[in-house]
Design a protein around this ligand. Structure first.
Ligand SMILES: Nc1nc2c(ncn2[C@@H]2O[C@H](COP(=O)(O)OP(=O)(O)O)[C@@H](O)[C@H]2O)c(=O)[nH]1
Ligand SMILES: [Mg+2]
Length: 143
């Protein structure tokens, strides 16, 4: 299995995805630093929210095979600037989370924004409800 790094705002669902994909108990824990799991790398939301920390993201991403931009469909503000994905010279995918909590329209807005960031593929999941996670997991396993 390839190693994926999750990048996204605080609260977007990165840690929950790590726990789910690594078959761990799902429990809330604030991510204070980079955390390495068997097949995933979890990052604190601050790395994305603070531009001065972009270099930390790039260095941390060097250890991953795939970059996943995690986008919370319940949030109004998009944090990924157009072309954000080109910072990394690797496959960059987009993951839209919490899709069971929002209307179709909001998911489309999220898709639009994350497409502009330059992702190669988009996965739509609700990790807590176990929607779309298998498809994502299969993609990562086959990569
Ligand atoms: N309904 C729903 N809640 C989610 C989902 N993913 C994460 N959450 C919740 O959102 C909150 C933040 O998740 P967390 O994984 O800690 O976000 P992180 O800051 O990106 O690591 C937690 O209360 C999770 O239970 C999802 O797909 N659906
Ligand atoms: Mg976290």
């Amino acid at each position: 299995m390839s190693r994926v790094i999750f990048i996204g705002k605080t609260g977007s669902g990165k840690t929950t995805l790590c726990q789910k994909l690594n078959e761990l108990e799902i429990k809330y824990k604030k991510t204070q630093s980079v955390e390495i799991y068997d097949n995933s790398i979890d990052t604190p939301g601050e790395y994305l929210e603070n531009r001065n920390l972009y270099s930390a993201l790039i260095v941390t991403a060097a250890d991953a095979d795939i970059i996943a931009l995690v986008y919370d469909s319940t949030e109004d503000e998009g944090y990924f600037a157009p072309g954000f994905a080109s910072m990394f010279c690797k496959d960059v995918i987009g993951i839209i989370t919490k899709i069971n909590k929002v209307s179709k329209n909001r998911i489309e807005i999220a898709e639009d924004r994350i497409k502009q960031a330059g992702v190669s593929r988009i996965f739509k999941v609700d990790t807590l409800d176990d929607v779309g996670v298998e498809e994502l997991s299969n993609y990562l396993k086959a990569f």
